[in-house]
Design a protein around this ligand. Sequence first.
Ligand SMILES: C[S@@+](CC[C@H](N)C(=O)[O-])C[C@H]1O[C@@H](n2cnc3c(N)ncnc32)[C@H](O)[C@@H]1O
Length: 308
Amino acid sequence: MNTHIPVMLPEICGILGKAQNLRFVVDATLGLGGYSEGVLLKWRKAVVLGIDQDPQAIEAAKRKLMDFGDRFRAVHGNFRDLSPILEKTGMGKPDAVLFDLGVSSIQIETPERGFSFQEDGPLDMRMDSQSERQERAGDIINTAGMRELITLFRKYGEDPYAAQIARGIVRYRESSGPIKSTSELVQVIRDTLPAPVQRKMGRNPARKVFQALRIAVNDELEALADALNQCESLSSGAMMVIVVSYHSLEDRIVKRKFREWDALGRGNDLYRKPLVPGAEELKENWRSRSAKLRAFSFLEKVPEVTDR
Ligand SMILES: C[S@@+](CC[C@H](N)C(=O)[O-])C[C@H]1O[C@@H](n2cnc3c(N)ncnc32)[C@H](O)[C@@H]1O
């Protein structure tokens, strides 16, 4: 079932509305095209380039947005290649670049993709399901040593029980062989942690491990840092960068980058504190609960005047 509702779209449109002349927007995480559609409907002369590393998202968004004709274009790729992708399309410099990080509802709701700890599926988690070069979650879970697993769960999951869980996984592998599915992994984690610890963890005790694996499989944090660096070099004119993130690791990268640009006089970090969804949106879309929106507005570069 497709229950997709784009997160904080009115806020995003409000920020884009501050741009003087919005002609070209890059939706760097196209997903089901919720942001692209919002922009195309509101700015009748704007064109949108959507990028997604998930070929299924590209197909779904193309179908959904085909009525916009050549005002919408979709490219299968990773946003860490933002500059080369833009160069190849020949569409020029964008007025805004949007990022809505993490997984889409369609990815989460498709058990065969292996993203959900609530459904049984293979330990995959590749956002680019066509990529053969990329490791899958199962490769990591079944081949990494104990130290490596602890570091992974701590670094990308910020999981206080990283060591216990890693020990449990390695012990299970030794006695029962490789872990083959998402539900087997969840069960191993449940069997490893004492009941009071699980109660203290509140939601599913496997949540942080799944987050860590997904980030590692898709190299998510490095891709984000690379893409933001490319935004900086793209911004020879005024340009907005708007990022919606869903956990503190992503938000920290965005916050630091925007503050750095602000301190360098490249433009304005629009919100010292990120925007978060309002009560209405939370009621309508529970998935938006961890969203944090940050926005940066690059200034037009004024050519230096030299005295002769
Ligand atoms: C939260 S969804 C975006 C939803 C979208 N804003 C909408 O309203 O339909 C995130 C999407 O970004 C894609 N994605 C995540 N990291 C990416 C990357 N490094 N490069 C390209 N696409 C990426 C995912 O495949 C997923 O489809």
